[in-house]
Design a protein around this ligand. Structure first.
Ligand code: TYD
Length: 135
């Protein structure tokens, strides 16, 4: 099941008196090459983002600032992850429905993505998703 591939990945944290530095290098840690970066910010309280799955896209989500929850669902199981630190993130595999909610004020969600943006890669209808994963 796809949800078992989804996991928290710890990043390095280089700390000194000037603060912290975290690095993500292509070809290390993440199981794919990074082709795209986007981020969510200024998310109003009470709003949910996501609400879709991807056929071929893998991604890694990091709470760069603040916190939010990610609810994953592979059509058989659901799991919720709370992200609230910049030195770890959540790897989300293909064919996993995700919803991001419970954003704190000032939260920033960084997304490191395995593909360029392609609307055809999205499954935006939950019933369609369930039909496909259970087929
Ligand atoms: P959407 O998929 O609804 O965002 P979220 O996953 O956070 O709910 O995307 C919002 C809009 O942004 C939608 O019109 C598609 C567009 N978009 C791009 O043009 N490029 C991108 O890389 C992404 C992620 C979204």
């Amino acid at each position: 099941m796809s949800i078992e591939k989804c996991r928290i990945i710890e990043l390095s944290k280089i700390h000194d008196v000037r603060g912290n530095l975290t690095v993500v290098e292509n070809g290390k840690l993440l199981p794919y090459d990074i082709k795209r970066v986007y981020y969510l910010y200024d998310v109003p309280g009470g709003v949910a983002r996501g609400g879709h799955a991807h056929v071929a896209t893998e991604q890694f989500l990091v709470a760069m600032s603040g916190s939010f929850d990610v609810v994953l669902d592979d059509g058989f199981r659901k799991k919720t992850f709370s992200l609230n630190r910049a030195y770890y993130g959540l790897y989300v595999s293909t064919m996993v429905w995700r919803e991001l909610n419970n954003f704190s004020s000032g939260a920033v969600c960084l997304s490191l993505v395995s593909t360029l943006y392609l609307e055809d890669d999205y499954i935006r209808d939950y019933q369609d998703f369930i039909t496909r994963v259970r087929a």
